[in-house]
Design a protein around this ligand. Structure first.
Ligand code: UDP
Ligand code: MG
Length: 321
């Protein structure tokens, strides 16, 4: 029986949520009768998030704080939490209570009694708590993303999958061994494998504060996902090149034959020439851009910079043992 649970909570400007989150989750942990540590990773917040966590640490020594020197992004925050966590089971949760703590009990049961190594929660239905549908554009966008990434890459992502998952020590150690700088955790979770159970939950609204994800963020996130797990786009450039070459060859043959049949007609190639040039120029630029995306990521990887920098830290009791 695993009975030590580490809860990792990435926090960026969550001053209003820390207290609420702690008490809500604590209620559910108490029912479980296990020891725990709650690791708040402060990802360079500009508000009083640190003070709130320090207050909690005063009253409960199971609370730990890892505070970054600046905003490194949620992926880095999750990784810092995984490196820090001492529990036999580790769960990652958003601070805004969008990941219902109600599921914790079932997650622990599935791991302890049914032998799963990972229990992953996925959003079921794209409605918020008021029953309103998510903006259509976002739904379409996410559908395209999942279709695209699952077709092209070596991992299969479950639609609606989130970072809310509980893992055993084995899985956490595997994740920690992947030291890549450009982290796309949703893919990494799948990539490491292990026996996984998916459990659904209804989408809920953030309790307080504001979401930091904009459409631009989402676009970058999707690009990260695709480039981290697939080199198919690179191959696409060669395929397009081949296609263009074949088309132009056919067209060339057509021009020669046309000239042979009607030698008295002049050349009428101006518009054709312009459109072909533009078309080829476009394809070349797109391919170059694609190459650039990959090279940029290689560049970031070879620099071997740390994934995050800690400014200060408060340890939990479990950590010191
Ligand atoms: N977060 C973070 N660093 C960031 C952005 C967000 O640690 O740069 C945390 C945030 O505090 C929250 C979680 O990641 O706990 C999810 O963020 P958010 O609720 O803004 O995303 P959404 O739920 O809209 O996808
Ligand atoms: Mg949220």
């Amino acid at each position: 029986m695993n009975d030590k649970l580490s809860i990792i909570v990435p926090c960026y400007n969550e001053e209003k949520m820390i207290h609420l989150f702690y008490h809500e989750v604590k209620k559910h942990i108490n029912e479980l009768n296990i020891s725990y540590e709650m690791i708040f990773v402060n990802d360079g917040s500009k508000d009083k998030t640190i003070d709130e966590v320090e207050k909690l640490h005063e009253i409960d020594k199971n609370v730990a704080l890892i505070s970054f020197s600046r905003n490194f992004g949620k992926e880095s925050a999750m990784f810092a939490g995984l490196e820090y966590a001492k529990g036999e089971m580790v769960v990652i949760m958003d601070a805004d209570l969008q990941h219902p703590p109600m599921l914790l009990k079932e997650m622990v049961r599935l791991i302890n009694e049914e032998g799963y190594e990972t229990v992953a929660a996925y959003r079921h239905g794209r409605r918020n708590s008021k029953g309103q549908k998510e903006p259509l554009l976002r739904t379409i966008y996410s559908k395209i993303f999942y279709r695209f990434i699952n077709k092209m890459s070596d991992v299969t992502l479950k639609e609606g999958a989130t970072d809310y998952r509980m893992m055993t020590r084995k899985v956490v150690d595997a994740l920690k061994s992947l030291k890549e700088y450009n982290r796309f955790s949703k893919g990494l979770f799948e990539w490491v494998g292990f026996k996984t159970k998916y459990i659904p939950y209804q989408n809920v609204e953030r309790v307080a504060g504001t979401s930091t994800w904009s459409f631009g963020n989402l676009f970058n996130y999707a690009l990260e996902g695709i480039t981290s797990f697939s080199v198919v786009p690179l191959r696409l450039a060669s395929v397009l090149g081949l296609l263009c070459a074949s088309i132009s060859f056919i067209y060339m043959a057509y021009v020669i034959i046309f000239k042979m049949i009607n030698p008295e007609l002049g050349v009428e190639g101006w518009p054709t020439l312009v459109s072909i040039t533009l078309f080829l120029g476009g394809i070349i630029l797109i391919s170059l851009g694609l190459l650039g995306e990959y090279i940029g990521r290689i560049y970031n990887e070879v620099k071997r910079r740390p994934i995050y920098i800690v400014e200060n830290q408060l340890n939990s009791e479990i950590h010191g043992e």
